[in-house]
Design a protein around this ligand. Sequence first.
Ligand code: SF4
Ligand code: SF4
Length: 102
Amino acid sequence: MFGLRFFIKQKSGYMADSLNQWLAVKEDEWESLCCHCGACCGAFEDPCEHLFIGLDKKSCCLVYENRIGPQKTVSGQSFNCVNIRQKFGQSWPGDIHCAYNR
Ligand code: SF4
Ligand code: SF4
């Protein structure tokens, strides 16, 4: 009985590890779709104060790990930064550039 329990525990742990690895790969694939146009961060209107646009016109968030929640635009307007998934079905200036809209 102990052997079976041990086997099931080991197998469950292995499956959890495999699932986590698979989810991490899928998350990376999802993130890699982004073309860094910055449209979702206001690049084509009043941009978020944390949006950095490089010389190559590619943008990135300077506070990415802590981005979700209240933020301000360059002109001082308050808004809530949300996960891009929450913007699906909405429109915003420059959304035609968003890779997730294609
Ligand atoms: S905080 Fe949000 S809106 Fe601002 S640059 Fe980062 S991801 Fe974009
Ligand atoms: S609008 Fe879409 S493609 Fe452009 S930076 Fe935002 S998530 Fe990436």
